[in-house]
Design a protein around this ligand. Structure first.
Ligand code: ADP
Length: 543
């Protein structure tokens, strides 16, 4: 017997229509590429998203055609999120930090028909357009009078003249909720990037889940600042969850330096912010010397890389801001776990609570996870045994777009992360599997080694890698960037490890570097670091 409830497909267009109808006057504020602040409401945003849908129809784009963006977090990008997907096309957000050759490669691979770009990326588009063989239309996200003359880019028009004259009403089409809505390529540190192809159903379910109190807890009472980019994994789904809840949205545009982010948080009374650790490091480095405080910020979700305990403590103890540590990946839309405490943790001491908060968190309903050994056998949830982390669920990838092999193992997606899970279901990442350091038959967590280094007051950033060792297979060393104007010696830093970890886990050496290479999503590129240190020899071997 089938249920007798309405069978309404979960479509992305319903989110913006809901926001327009029930939170019509809630604000969307954007710092624009031009430098000024733009503000309008969900009602207006929905109208302009419908205009975008009409403008795409006018280009004769077919259902399912890909529309690419090279854009910062801002209101026009937000309108494309809804106008493109809502009308049945697929939004392909391109990460502008990828190498130009990779950008052309993925635009061709995705068979993008249109490319919409912020003017900051004009030189990039000028450099790649000749190699983008499928793109027929270029749209600069600007007013008509800002359109660059003689750009050399064919079929270029300004966004405002392209969509501005279109009608503001539109009947969003209804279709199968499994239809593709957007796509995002992984950074591809090895080989070509691979694309996750999200659907209306997966994105809508993810938006519901992300808003839950134990997940990102997004509500109409929040003013939320996603510093996490809309060009990578849909800014963790915040553009969707914000519309689903009617939260005020504050977009930082291209200005992600500490000063600009701080000023925006204060000016727009932001209560909630989301970003990767490197962005928050810039914010704290800006605030500390001037003794600045937050007047409204209460929570921040931090993920994308392990959040160092020193950062969680600084936000919590110095600024009264609760840090929610999150873990996920492109192939997971991206959210998998979030770290919030349970009722039974209320009576724990602050130190004991902190130990839990440092973990990547527990699974969100919709994500199942397990850890397995090298033979695929499931490992216990004891908080100590570590193994390869596998996941499954309705917003987790089944196959890559145009993929040639099955990425799943018995229906589970191998994340490439190594983790422990404790009896309460809290997962903790110890490493990427390719970064694991094996010393004398035991594993050393590079994340633990890095976290200790960045807890030192003179250390800005640290990356731990394994070096080949004749006796122990591998020994860890730590590459360190010092904070500007601060000093620490190799021996002082090695002494700092004592008592904080087992003796045999203390790195064999510290290498001071000017910078640690970062990938397109702000993660440390250990492959590149290893290349830079290819002539390095462990002190013991030098002797
Ligand atoms: P990429 O495109 O570089 O793969 P993703 O955003 O998909 O970018 O990266 C996902 C990976 O980032 C995860 O598999 C994990 O290794 C790492 N990661 C994400 N969040 C965390 C976290 N909170 N702690 C540790 N590692 C994390």
């Amino acid at each position: 017997m089938l249920g007798l409830m309405q069978n309404q497909p979960l479509l992305i267009s319903s989110l913006i229509e809901f926001a327009a109808r029930h939170h019509g006057d809630a604000e969307i504020v954007s710092r624009r590429v031009e430098g000024d602040i733009h503000r309008y409401t969900y009602r207006e945003s929905a109208r302009r998203s419908r205009q975008v849908a009409h403008a795409l129809n006018a280009l004769n784009l077919a259902f399912g055609d890909r529309v690419a963006t090279l854009a910062w977090n801002g209101y026009r990008h937000f309108e494309l999120y809804y106008g493109v997907s809502g009308s049945g096309r697929v939004l392909h957000t391109i990460n502008p930090r990828l190498h130009p050759e990779q950008i052309a490669w993925i635009a061709n691979h995705a068979e993008d028909q249109v490319l919409c770009f912020d003017l900051s990326f004009l030189p990039l588009v000028q450099a790649v357009h000749a190699n983008c063989t499928t793109i027929k239309h270029y749209i600069a996200l600007c007013d008509a009078d800002k359109l660059p003359a003689d750009s050399g880019i064919p079929n270029l028009q300004s966004y405002e003249s392209w969509m501005g004259g279109q009608p503001g009403d539109y009947d969003w089409p209804t279709f199968d909720e499994n239809t593709a809505s957007s796509m995002c390529y992984t950074s591809g540190t090895t080989g070509h990037p691979k694309a996750a192809l999200y659907s209306h159903r997966s994105s809508t379910l993810h938006a519901f889940a992300a808003a839950l109190p134990d997940v990102m807890s997004i509500s109409a009472r929040d003013a939320i600042l996603p510093v996490v980019p809309m060009f990578h994994v849909n800014a963790w789904g915040i553009p969707y969850s914000a519309a689903l809840t009617g939260a005020k949205l504050v977009f930082p545009g291209p200005a992600m330096d500490g000063k600009s982010v701080y000023e925006l948080i204060e000016a727009e009374k932001v209560t909630y912010a989301a970003g990767v650790p490197t962005v928050w490091q810039m914010l704290l480095t800006h605030m500390k010397p001037q003794g600045l405080r937050f007047s409204t910020l209460r929570r921040t979700v931090i993920g994308g890389s392990a959040c160092p305990p020193a950062m969680i403590k600084a936000f919590n103890d110095d600024y009264g801001v609760e840090v929610l540590h999150a873990w996920g990946m492109t192939e997971m839309s991206p959210l998998g776990t979030l770290c919030t405490l349970k009722n039974k943790h209320d009576s724990l001491s602050d130190d004991e609570k902190m130990k839990i908060r440092l973990k990547q968190g527990r699974a969100i309903y919709g994500v199942d996870m397990k850890i397995v050994d090298s033979a695929g056998k499931e490992l216990p949830w004891d908080g100590k045994t570590y193994g390869d982390l596998l996941v499954k669920g309705p917003w987790i990838i089944r196959e890559y777009y145009k993929g040639t092999s099955d990425p799943l193992v018995d229906g589970w997606f191998p994340t490439g992360d190594v983790a422990t899970i404790d009896a309460d279901g809290y997962m903790q990442i110890t490493d990427r599997s390719k970064d694991v350091i094996k010393s004398g038959g035991e594993w050393i967590s590079s994340i633990d080694i890095e976290n200790i280094a960045v807890a030192h007051p003179s250390v800005l950033m640290a990356a731990c890698i394994g070096m080949v060792h004749p006796k122990w297979d591998e020994r860890p060393i730590v590459a360190v960037v010092k904070k500007p104007g601060m000093d620490v010696s190799r021996d002082e830093l090695l002494a700092f490890y004592e008592g904080k970890t087992a003796k045999w886990q203390i790195p064999d050496d510290v290498v001071f570097v000017d910078a640690i290479p970062l990938g397109a999503t702000g993660k440390m590129l250990k492959t590149r670091l290893r290349e830079l240190l290819k002539d390095y020899q462990l002190p013991e071997i030098q002797k």
